[in-house]
Design a protein around this ligand. Structure first.
Ligand SMILES: NC(=O)c1ccc[n+]([C@@H]2O[C@H](COP(=O)([O-])OP(=O)(O)OC[C@H]3O[C@@H](n4cnc5c(N)ncnc54)[C@H](O)[C@@H]3O)[C@@H](O)[C@H]2O)c1
Length: 283
C-alpha cells in the first residue's frame, strides 16, 4: 500500500492524479517548478473537491480531511521526502523527463517506485539515465483522471517484477483498472485512438463522410460514448496531430501518418473547442 505519494508536474494530469490519490486517503505532495503552477494545481483540485461538498457527495469533515492530505511544493527534495512512489507528469519531452528521473534517482531511497505518466515516450529510455532502472515503471493515466477508469502500466526492459506489482497495486488502491502494456510507441490504447482520429480526418478530407455522420456512425453503430471527431475537438486538433506525428516517427508505419487535413486546420486556427472552431463550430 502506498501511503505517501509525490507527483511531479501540477498541470492537467498531475493535478488529476494527486486528486484521486488524496480522495483515496494517500498523503500527496504536488510539485512544480514555479509556485504559481503549484497554486494553480492546488486550486483546480480544491474546486473539484469543493463541488463534491456543495453537491452533498462529501460532508465538511470528509472534504477537509481530503484536502488536508494535499501539499504543494517547488522543492524536489522536500516533495519526494518519505514518498513510497513518485509519479512524473511534466511536459512530454524526453530530455526533461530524463533530467527529472536522474534527479529523483539521486534523492529517493532505492525502494521508492519512480513512475512516468508519459503517453508516447519509451519507459526504458527514460529509465536508462538512472542507476536503478529496475524501479522505473510507466503509469499512463487518461484524461480527465478523476473520471477515466484506466491506467496502462508499462514495464521497461529493466523494470523489476516487484515494481510492476507495486504499480498494479497502487492502481487498485486508487480505484483504477490497470492493464499491462509493452513499452512500444503508443502502448495499447493510443495506438487504437490515433488510428480512429486519422481515419475520421481522412474520410472528411476526401469528402467521403461528414464529421456528424462519422460521430453518429460510431456512437450508434458501435456504441462509442463519444464520436472520434467530437473527441478530437475536445482534446485539440493540434494535440491529436502531434500524437499521430510522434507515433508515425517512432513506428514508421504509414497508417499513423497524419492526414493533410490536420495541418490545414492548424493553419486556419481550427484547433477545436479551445479556439471556438475545429471540425465543429462552438458558440
Ligand atoms: N493531457 C492529456 O490528455 C494526457 C493524457 C495522458 C498522458 N499525458 C501525459 O502526461 C504528461 C503531462 O501532461 P499534461 O497534459 O498534464 O501537461 P501540462 O502542460 O498540463 O502540465 C505539465 C506541468 O509540468 C510542469 N513542469 C515542467 N517542467 C517541470 C519540472 N522540471 N519539474 C516539475 N514540474 C515541471 C509544468 O510547469 C506544468 O505545470 C505528459 O507526459 C503527457 O504526455 C497527458
Amino acid at each position: 500500500m502506498i501511503k505517501k505519494l509525490c507527483v511531479i508536474g501540477a498541470g492537467t494530469m498531475g493535478a488529476g492524479i494527486a486528486q484521486v490519490a488524496i480522495e483515496k486517503g494517500i498523503e500527496t505532495t504536488l510539485r512544480d517548478v514555479d509556485d504559481q503552477f503549484v497554486q494553480r494545481g492546488l486550486k483546480t483540485i480544491g474546486t473539484f473537491i469543493g463541488k463534491k461538498l456543495e453537491k452533498g457527495k462529501l460532508n465538511q469533515a470528509e472534504h477537509d480531511a481530503i484536502l488536508g492530505r494535499l501539499k504543494g511544493s517547488t522543492d524536489a527534495l522536500e516533495a519526494a521526502a518519505g514518498a513510497e512512489m513518485v509519479i512524473e507528469a511534466v511536459f512530454e519531452n524526453m530530455a526533461l523527463k530524463q533530467k527529472i528521473f536522474a534527479e529523483l534517482d539521486g534523492i529517493c531511497p532505492k525502494e521508492t517506485v519512480l513512475a512516468s505518466n508519459t503517453s508516447t515516450l519509451s519507459i526504458s529510455r527514460i529509465a536508462s539515465v538512472t542507476r536503478n532502472p529496475e524501479r522505473v515503471v510507466g503509469t499512463h493515466f487518461f484524461s480527465p483522471v478523476p473520471v477515466m477508469r484506466l491506467v496502462e502500466v508499462i514495464k521497461g526492459d529493466k523494470t523489476a517484477p516487484s515494481v510492476v506489482e507495486a504499480a498494479l497495486e497502487f492502481c487498485k488502491e486508487i480505484g483504477k483498472t490497470a492493464i499491462l502494456a509493452k513499452d512500444v510507441p503508443g502502448f495499447i490504447v493510443n495506438r487504437f485512438l490515433c488510428l480512429l482520429y486519422n481515419e475520421a480526418a481522412d474520410q472528411i478530407y476526401k469528402g467521403y463522410a461528414t464529421a456528424q455522420d462519422i460521430d453518429n456512425g460510431l456512437k450508434l453503430g458501435s456504441n462509442h460514448p463519444m464520436g472520434p471527431v467530437e473527441i478530437m475537438d475536445m482534446a485539440g486538433v493540434d494535440v491529436c496531430n502531434n500524437a499521430l506525428k510522434a507515433l508515425y516517427e517512432m513506428t514508421g508505419e504509414e497508417r499513423y501518418k497524419p492526414s493533410p487535413l490536420f495541418e490545414q486546420m492548424i493553419k486556419e486556427n481550427r484547433l477545436g473547442r479551445k479556439t471556438g472552431r475545429g471540425f465543429y463550430e462552438y458558440k
